[in-house]
Design a protein around this ligand. Structure first.
Ligand code: NAD
Ligand code: DAU
Length: 343
């Protein structure tokens, strides 16, 4: 592997992966292929704008001709696919765009991998495909039990990847990651939303009772895990990536407020997300056996993340002051306030 196409590389995890690869492998070249939806942002990659090992190509993964053109132009041997519609709440109001990108777009990349005989295809997927996990933890053999249009679309993409392995022996791997946090996460996802709201003394909206649990992992740990699977993973296999521990949302909110020295009165309960998955919990034994374990606990990851948003107002203020963001925020949050649940 020398010439990587990172699809969706201008988004949150994809851009951190580009940083990781260019810092780790001096002889690799990275081409970011990204549609630049509302979630794509070239500010995330500005550190590499003048690096001869990096190139950016704007394009849609659903556009087969453009995908082929870029793959051939840059002599790509490996695709790592981060490109997706990723926000569960948006999937409830616009499922069609999720099906297009997350399922059909994945198929377009797989077809190109097959036709051009690329060395490797890696699919970045999510723990959400296992559905909510009320007890225990899910290993890679657990059934797919999706519940939101987002997770159903991601599962559709995963199933296409496995179909290309079985039917055409394509050299594919899949990783299923838990919730990532860290630099460059678009502030509609809960942690950057709460941190930036708290910095501005604005309410932290909490869905339902706030007792839902997620495995919050540091994004650069996740990127190291993807790197390991890309280089050492067995084709046709799926690997879970997470810390293997869970934290309640309400505890995350309290931790952020304490770190920033802000009052708990900023917490504002709101109506729940429809179909809200109560808990995700991964078994990470399989990837541990391959040699990866996350470096940061969830609380260390939160601390690093809060510090990054404190230090990088230039990045998030631009987004949060834009009309697109403000309109989304108003439509999504206004009128949803409820009383705090009785404990
Ligand atoms: P993101 O929303 O921050 O970024 C997605 C990127 O994909 C953006 O740059 C966007 O412009 C691009 N994109 C969207 N549609 C495209 C299309 N049709 N063609 C080309 N580019 C397109 O997402 P993220 O949080 O960085 O997630 C990246 C991947 O990791 C996704 O596949 C997601 O399902 C998966 N994942 C995310 C998390 C998480 O906690 N954020 C956890 C596990 C897995
Ligand atoms: O588990 C991996 C998944 O994590 C990824 O596949 C998704 O792309 C990513 O968006 C994320 O999904 P979640 O739905 O878990 O993340 P989100 O940040 O939207 O919400 C995290 C938790 O916080 C969830 O229980 C809902 C809750 N929440 C969210 C928002 C936006 C709130 O309480 N208030 C909010 O305003």
């Amino acid at each position: 592997m020398r010439n990587l196409l990172v699809a969706g590389g201008a988004g949150f995890i994809g851009s951190n992966f580009v940083h990781h690869i260019l810092n780790t492998y001096p002889d690799y070249r990275v081409v970011v292929y990204d549609k630049l939806t509302y979630a794509g942002n070239l500010d995330n990659l500005r550190d590499y704008a003048n690096d001869p090992r990096y190139a950016f190509e704007q394009g849609d993964i659903c556009d087969a001709a453009r995908v082929r053109e870029v793959l051939q132009k840059h002599d790509i041997d490996t695709i790592v696919n981060f490109a997706a519609e990723t926000h569960v709440d948006r999937s409830l109001t616009d499922p069609g765009s999720f099906i297009m990108t997350d399922v059909y777009g994945t198929h377009v990349l797989l077809e190109a991998t097959k036709e051009l005989g690329l060395e490797r295809y890696h699919q970045v997927s999510t723990d959400e495909v296992y559905g909510e996990v009320l007890e225990g933890r899910t290993c890679e053999m657990a059934p797919i039990q999706t519940r939101s249009p987002y997770s159903a679309s991601k599962a559709g993409g995963d199933l296409m990847v496995m179909a290309y392995f079985t039917s055409f022996q394509l050299p594919v791997t899949i990783t299923r990651g838990s919730n990532n946090i860290g630099p460059y996460q678009y502030p509609e996802k809960v942690v950057p939303l709460w941190v930036t709201n708290a910095l501005d003394d604005k309410p932290l909206p909490i869905y339902g009772d706030g007792l839902q649990m997620r495995d919050y992992q540091y994004v650069l740990d996740h990127c190291e895990g993807i790197d390991l699977v890309l280089h050492k993973g067995v084709p046709g296999e799926v690997y879970n990536l997470g810390t293997g521990t869970e934290t309640r949302n309400i505890d995350v909110a309290h931790f952020i407020l304490d770190l920033l020295g802000k009052p708990k009165s900023l917490i504002q309960y709101i109506t729940d997300r429809p179909g809200h998955d109560r808990r995700y919990a991964l078994s990470v034994e399989k990837v541990r056996a391959l040699g990866w374990t996350s470096r940061h606990t969830s609380y260390q990851a939160l601390e690093n993340t809060v510090r990054w948003y404190v230090d990088n107002e230039w990045w998030w203020r631009k987004i949060k002051s834009g009309d697109l963001y403000r309109e989304y925020y108003k439509q999504h949050y206004s009128g949803r306030e409820v009383d705090a649940p009785k404990r």
